[in-house]
Design a protein around this ligand. Structure first.
Ligand code: SF4
Length: 71
């Protein structure tokens, strides 16, 4: 039943949903999500379930500045 003070959420925010997907991707291993190297994955910047830190943004910039497109 909905309402009546029931606090169960039917769905998460998009960012929390991304976090859940990353945990799913890593067999619910928090450490593995942290260590994920898949910078090109669309979810990567948000894998901690929060706005990306400067360190994360710097890593992305570094990654794409070095990336060479295939000929
Ligand atoms: S960012 Fe990493 S952990 Fe998250 S879905 Fe992509 S590959 Fe999986």
């Amino acid at each position: 039943m909905l309402g009546g003070g029931l606090m169960t959420k039917l769905y998460n925010t998009p960012i929390k949903t991304i976090r859940k997907k990353c945990l799913d991707c890593c067999n619910d291993k928090v450490k593995e999500v942290r260590l994920c190297q898949a910078v090109e994955c669309a979810l990567w910047p948000y894998r901690f379930g929060r706005r990306p830190t400067k360190a994360i943004l710097d890593t992305i910039k570094e990654f794409y500045s070095k990336k060479v497109e295939p000929a």
